[in-house]
Design a protein around this ligand. Structure first.
Ligand code: ZN
Ligand code: ZN
Length: 236
Protein backbone atom coordinates (compact mmCIF):
# COMPACT_ATOMS: atom_id res chain seq x y z
CA UNK A 1 0.00 0.00 0.00
CA UNK A 2 1.27 3.48 -0.88
CA UNK A 3 2.17 5.61 2.18
CA UNK A 4 -0.31 8.32 1.22
CA UNK A 5 -3.07 5.78 0.79
CA UNK A 6 -2.17 4.36 4.20
CA UNK A 7 -2.27 7.82 5.73
CA UNK A 8 -5.64 8.71 4.24
CA UNK A 9 -7.21 5.26 4.59
CA UNK A 10 -5.71 3.50 7.62
CA UNK A 11 -5.81 -0.27 6.98
CA UNK A 12 -8.66 -2.20 8.55
CA UNK A 13 -8.95 -5.95 9.14
CA UNK A 14 -10.52 -7.80 6.21
CA UNK A 15 -12.52 -9.97 8.60
CA UNK A 16 -13.71 -7.77 11.45
CA UNK A 17 -12.91 -4.18 10.44
CA UNK A 18 -10.63 -3.48 13.42
CA UNK A 19 -7.31 -1.68 12.90
CA UNK A 20 -5.08 -4.00 10.91
CA UNK A 21 -1.45 -4.97 11.11
CA UNK A 22 0.23 -5.57 7.73
CA UNK A 23 -2.65 -3.87 5.87
CA UNK A 24 -4.83 -6.99 5.94
CA UNK A 25 -5.76 -8.52 9.30
CA UNK A 26 -5.99 -7.38 12.93
CA UNK A 27 -3.75 -9.15 15.42
CA UNK A 28 -6.73 -11.01 16.88
CA UNK A 29 -7.90 -12.50 13.55
CA UNK A 30 -4.29 -13.19 12.48
CA UNK A 31 -3.64 -15.07 15.73
CA UNK A 32 -6.63 -17.34 15.05
CA UNK A 33 -5.10 -18.62 11.80
CA UNK A 34 -3.40 -21.94 12.47
CA UNK A 35 -0.15 -22.34 10.57
CA UNK A 36 0.96 -25.95 9.98
CA UNK A 37 4.53 -26.50 11.09
CA UNK A 38 4.53 -30.28 11.46
CA UNK A 39 2.34 -32.76 9.58
CA UNK A 40 1.98 -36.21 8.07
CA UNK A 41 4.22 -36.12 4.97
CA UNK A 42 1.64 -38.00 2.92
CA UNK A 43 -1.65 -36.24 3.70
CA UNK A 44 -0.51 -32.97 5.34
CA UNK A 45 -2.66 -33.49 8.45
CA UNK A 46 -1.04 -31.57 11.31
CA UNK A 47 0.68 -33.62 14.03
CA UNK A 48 3.49 -33.11 16.53
CA UNK A 49 6.28 -35.21 15.05
CA UNK A 50 5.92 -35.20 11.23
CA UNK A 51 5.25 -38.95 11.32
CA UNK A 52 3.11 -40.81 8.78
CA UNK A 53 -0.41 -40.91 10.21
CA UNK A 54 -2.38 -44.12 10.89
CA UNK A 55 -4.65 -43.62 7.88
CA UNK A 56 -1.72 -43.20 5.46
CA UNK A 57 0.14 -46.12 7.07
CA UNK A 58 -2.88 -48.36 6.45
CA UNK A 59 -3.51 -47.03 2.96
CA UNK A 60 -0.85 -44.75 1.45
CA UNK A 61 -2.16 -42.14 -0.99
CA UNK A 62 -1.36 -42.33 -4.70
CA UNK A 63 1.04 -39.34 -4.50
CA UNK A 64 4.46 -39.25 -2.86
CA UNK A 65 4.27 -36.10 -0.68
CA UNK A 66 1.72 -33.59 0.49
CA UNK A 67 2.20 -30.14 1.98
CA UNK A 68 -0.35 -27.69 3.32
CA UNK A 69 0.21 -24.31 4.91
CA UNK A 70 -2.84 -23.54 7.08
CA UNK A 71 -5.62 -25.36 8.88
CA UNK A 72 -8.88 -24.73 7.03
CA UNK A 73 -11.05 -23.30 9.78
CA UNK A 74 -11.90 -20.00 11.50
CA UNK A 75 -10.34 -16.91 9.96
CA UNK A 76 -8.58 -18.91 7.19
CA UNK A 77 -11.90 -20.39 6.05
CA UNK A 78 -13.50 -16.93 6.11
CA UNK A 79 -10.65 -15.39 4.12
CA UNK A 80 -10.89 -18.10 1.49
CA UNK A 81 -14.64 -17.62 1.18
CA UNK A 82 -14.07 -13.85 0.77
CA UNK A 83 -11.49 -14.58 -1.90
CA UNK A 84 -13.71 -16.92 -3.90
CA UNK A 85 -17.05 -15.23 -3.62
CA UNK A 86 -16.28 -11.56 -3.01
CA UNK A 87 -13.31 -11.59 -5.40
CA UNK A 88 -11.19 -9.50 -3.08
CA UNK A 89 -7.83 -8.95 -4.72
CA UNK A 90 -6.27 -7.90 -1.42
CA UNK A 91 -7.24 -11.33 -0.01
CA UNK A 92 -5.77 -13.06 -3.05
CA UNK A 93 -2.50 -11.20 -2.50
CA UNK A 94 -2.46 -11.95 1.24
CA UNK A 95 -3.08 -15.69 0.77
CA UNK A 96 -0.65 -16.02 -2.14
CA UNK A 97 2.10 -14.29 -0.16
CA UNK A 98 1.30 -16.44 2.86
CA UNK A 99 1.83 -19.66 0.89
CA UNK A 100 4.99 -18.33 -0.70
CA UNK A 101 6.46 -17.20 2.65
CA UNK A 102 5.49 -20.50 4.27
CA UNK A 103 7.41 -22.51 1.63
CA UNK A 104 10.46 -20.35 2.30
CA UNK A 105 10.20 -20.39 6.10
CA UNK A 106 9.57 -24.14 6.26
CA UNK A 107 12.58 -24.57 3.92
CA UNK A 108 10.63 -27.00 1.78
CA UNK A 109 12.79 -28.48 -0.94
CA UNK A 110 10.56 -29.12 -3.92
CA UNK A 111 11.98 -31.53 -6.43
CA UNK A 112 9.13 -31.17 -8.92
CA UNK A 113 10.01 -29.74 -12.32
CA UNK A 114 6.63 -28.15 -13.11
CA UNK A 115 3.43 -27.01 -11.38
CA UNK A 116 -0.11 -27.96 -12.34
CA UNK A 117 -3.01 -26.12 -10.65
CA UNK A 118 -6.26 -28.09 -10.39
CA UNK A 119 -8.29 -26.65 -13.27
CA UNK A 120 -11.84 -25.31 -13.18
CA UNK A 121 -14.40 -26.02 -15.84
CA UNK A 122 -14.12 -23.24 -18.49
CA UNK A 123 -17.74 -22.27 -17.92
CA UNK A 124 -17.19 -21.84 -14.17
CA UNK A 125 -13.95 -20.00 -14.84
CA UNK A 126 -15.82 -17.53 -17.04
CA UNK A 127 -18.40 -16.93 -14.30
CA UNK A 128 -15.90 -16.48 -11.46
CA UNK A 129 -13.22 -14.84 -13.53
CA UNK A 130 -10.28 -16.58 -11.87
CA UNK A 131 -9.08 -19.97 -10.66
CA UNK A 132 -7.82 -19.89 -7.06
CA UNK A 133 -5.45 -22.84 -7.65
CA UNK A 134 -3.91 -21.10 -10.67
CA UNK A 135 -3.47 -17.83 -8.75
CA UNK A 136 -1.70 -19.74 -5.95
CA UNK A 137 0.65 -21.34 -8.48
CA UNK A 138 1.41 -17.89 -9.89
CA UNK A 139 1.93 -16.45 -6.40
CA UNK A 140 4.58 -19.03 -5.50
CA UNK A 141 6.35 -18.96 -8.85
CA UNK A 142 9.00 -16.51 -7.63
CA UNK A 143 9.77 -19.00 -4.84
CA UNK A 144 9.56 -22.28 -6.77
CA UNK A 145 10.92 -21.02 -10.14
CA UNK A 146 8.82 -23.72 -11.80
CA UNK A 147 6.81 -23.41 -15.00
CA UNK A 148 3.01 -23.71 -14.78
CA UNK A 149 1.55 -26.31 -17.14
CA UNK A 150 -2.01 -25.13 -17.67
CA UNK A 151 -2.96 -27.24 -20.66
CA UNK A 152 -1.92 -30.69 -19.47
CA UNK A 153 -4.74 -31.33 -17.01
CA UNK A 154 -8.18 -30.22 -18.14
CA UNK A 155 -11.63 -30.16 -16.63
CA UNK A 156 -13.96 -31.51 -19.26
CA UNK A 157 -17.14 -31.84 -17.24
CA UNK A 158 -18.64 -29.62 -14.56
CA UNK A 159 -19.36 -31.38 -11.26
CA UNK A 160 -21.84 -30.21 -8.66
CA UNK A 161 -20.67 -29.29 -5.15
CA UNK A 162 -19.31 -32.37 -3.43
CA UNK A 163 -19.94 -31.38 0.18
CA UNK A 164 -21.83 -33.93 2.21
CA UNK A 165 -21.16 -36.85 -0.14
CA UNK A 166 -19.21 -39.93 0.91
CA UNK A 167 -15.81 -40.63 -0.59
CA UNK A 168 -16.92 -43.30 -3.08
CA UNK A 169 -19.68 -41.07 -4.45
CA UNK A 170 -17.29 -38.11 -4.70
CA UNK A 171 -14.78 -40.25 -6.56
CA UNK A 172 -17.34 -41.54 -9.02
CA UNK A 173 -18.68 -38.03 -9.63
CA UNK A 174 -15.20 -36.77 -10.41
CA UNK A 175 -14.01 -39.68 -12.51
CA UNK A 176 -14.50 -38.50 -16.06
CA UNK A 177 -14.59 -34.83 -15.09
CA UNK A 178 -10.86 -34.41 -15.86
CA UNK A 179 -8.60 -35.45 -18.69
CA UNK A 180 -4.86 -35.25 -19.33
CA UNK A 181 -3.25 -34.34 -22.65
CA UNK A 182 0.04 -36.22 -22.31
CA UNK A 183 2.03 -34.16 -24.83
CA UNK A 184 1.21 -30.99 -22.88
CA UNK A 185 3.14 -32.44 -19.94
CA UNK A 186 6.20 -31.55 -22.03
CA UNK A 187 8.09 -34.55 -20.67
CA UNK A 188 7.79 -33.49 -17.01
CA UNK A 189 7.84 -36.53 -14.72
CA UNK A 190 7.65 -34.85 -11.28
CA UNK A 191 4.67 -32.58 -10.85
CA UNK A 192 3.69 -30.19 -8.07
CA UNK A 193 -0.11 -30.46 -8.06
CA UNK A 194 -1.69 -27.37 -6.51
CA UNK A 195 -5.12 -26.69 -5.05
CA UNK A 196 -6.63 -24.21 -2.62
CA UNK A 197 -8.11 -26.63 -0.05
CA UNK A 198 -7.41 -30.29 0.69
CA UNK A 199 -10.64 -31.66 2.13
CA UNK A 200 -11.06 -35.38 1.47
CA UNK A 201 -8.36 -35.42 -1.21
CA UNK A 202 -10.66 -36.99 -3.78
CA UNK A 203 -10.08 -34.37 -6.50
CA UNK A 204 -6.33 -34.59 -5.91
CA UNK A 205 -6.50 -38.39 -6.10
CA UNK A 206 -8.49 -38.43 -9.37
CA UNK A 207 -6.08 -35.93 -10.97
CA UNK A 208 -2.98 -37.73 -9.65
CA UNK A 209 -4.12 -41.04 -11.13
CA UNK A 210 -4.75 -39.44 -14.53
CA UNK A 211 -1.31 -37.81 -14.48
CA UNK A 212 0.28 -41.13 -13.53
CA UNK A 213 -1.53 -42.89 -16.38
CA UNK A 214 -0.03 -40.25 -18.69
CA UNK A 215 3.50 -41.04 -17.50
CA UNK A 216 4.09 -38.83 -14.44
CA UNK A 217 6.25 -40.75 -11.95
CA UNK A 218 6.26 -38.49 -8.92
CA UNK A 219 3.53 -36.22 -7.57
CA UNK A 220 3.84 -33.70 -4.76
CA UNK A 221 0.64 -32.12 -3.50
CA UNK A 222 0.58 -28.52 -2.29
CA UNK A 223 -2.52 -26.86 -0.91
CA UNK A 224 -2.97 -23.56 0.84
CA UNK A 225 -5.25 -25.03 3.51
CA UNK A 226 -5.96 -28.45 5.00
CA UNK A 227 -9.43 -29.26 6.30
CA UNK A 228 -9.33 -31.45 9.40
CA UNK A 229 -11.44 -34.62 9.22
CA UNK A 230 -14.62 -34.50 11.30
CA UNK A 231 -14.12 -35.32 14.98
CA UNK A 232 -10.47 -34.25 15.11
CA UNK A 233 -9.49 -31.61 17.57
CA UNK A 234 -5.83 -31.23 16.60
CA UNK A 235 -4.37 -28.09 18.09
CA UNK A 236 -1.03 -28.17 16.30
ZN1 ZN B 1 -9.94 -8.82 12.64
ZN1 ZN C 1 -1.45 -39.01 6.60
Amino acid sequence: MHWLEKFLLPPSCQLCGAAAIDDELCSDCASKARVIVSACPLCALPNDDSSVCAVCTAMPPVWQQAYSCLVYDGSVQQLMINWKYQRRTSTARLLGETLSDWLTLQAIQLEATAMIPIPMHPKKLRTRGFNTAYLLAQAIQHTTHLPILDKALNRIRHTEAQAGLDKATRYNNLAGAFSVIAENLQGHRHILLIDDVYTTGTTLEVCSRLLQEAGVKHITILTLARALPPNTSSTS
